[in-house]
Design a protein around this ligand. Structure first.
Ligand code: PGA
Length: 252
């Protein structure tokens, strides 16, 4: 049985003081909750404070991106060991906003995924089609391209450590969620792709999250899909009550 995983993607919100307030609220709301893996991904600048606050708690944390090189003259970038040094266990990779605004490609996603694994981080690898791609019947092609490109060259052992987030771009921040049937259809497809790439045993164990306008009132229906193992939550992760409720509603 795959354990559900709910991750909050805080995007470019929260100063470190605001982050602390949010995470302290989550800590008390979610105390003792162990049926779901809970993760928050603050902006880089707030990770150190969040890490301190979460010490010894049941909430994990990670970064929203990182560079793949060990270190060097890469102005503005953050290296894997800089985030593991802060105790991060996770890193979101290839979010659609990174692909759209910062020109990330399957190739850069793949380099980051490999670097994350090398440093013992769990990569949360985002895949998903844009609205025009869905409307022109290309959803499966795009998702295949993202999954095969992003996870190319991984061993079975590494593939087991990856979390995939299926996020249809048209559902992100729009209030328009995929229907549970639409989400399940793509999740099932992703699992079949993983089966072809890494074998059935691996594909049956990899967790696949859904992302895109997940809220307390729609998460249960989405989680009913047999191939849906959690959610990557943007907007609703910035609110203590909403995020805590999403976690509670995700229990199997
Ligand atoms: P949203 O964002 O929940 O605000 O739609 C999800 C995401 O971008 O990860």
């Amino acid at each position: 049985m795959r354990k559900p995983i709910i991750a909050g993607n805080w995007k470019m919100y929260k100063t470190s003081g605001e982050a602390l307030e949010l995470v302290n609220g989550l800590k008390s709301e979610l105390k003792g909750e162990s049926a779901v893996d809970i993760v928050v991904c603050p902006p880089f600048t707030a990770i150190a404070k969040v890490a301190d606050a979460l010490k010894g708690s049941n909430i994990g944390y990670g970064a929203q991106d990182m560079y793949w090189e060990e270190e060097g003259a890469f102005t503005g970038e953050v290296a894997p060991k800089m985030i593991t040094d802060l105790g991060c266990g996770y890193c979101i990779i290839g979010h659609s906003e990174r692909r759209t605004y910062f020109h990330e490609t399957n190739d850069t996603v793949n380099k980051k995924v490999k670097a994350a694994l090398k440093h013992g981080l769990t990569p949360i690898v985002c895949v998903g089609e844009r609205l025009e791609e869905r409307d022109s019947g290309k959803t499966f092609d795009v998702v295949k391209d993202h999954v095969e490109g992003g996870l190319s060259g991984l061993t079975k052992e590494d593939a087991l450590k990856v979390v995939i987030a299926y996020e249809p771009v048209w559902a992100i921040g729009t209030g328009r969620t995929a229907t549970p049937e639409q989400a399940q259809e793509v999740h099932k497809y992703i699992r079949s792709l993983l089966g072809k790439m890494f074998g059935e045993e691996v594909s049956s164990k990899v967790r696949i999250q859904y992302g895109g306008s997940v809220k307390p009132d729609n998460v249960k229906a989405i989680m009913a899909g047999p191939d849906i193992d959690g959610a990557l939550v943007g907007g609703a992760s910035l609110n203590v009550k909403d995020f805590a409720e999403i976690v509670r509603q995700s229990k199997r």
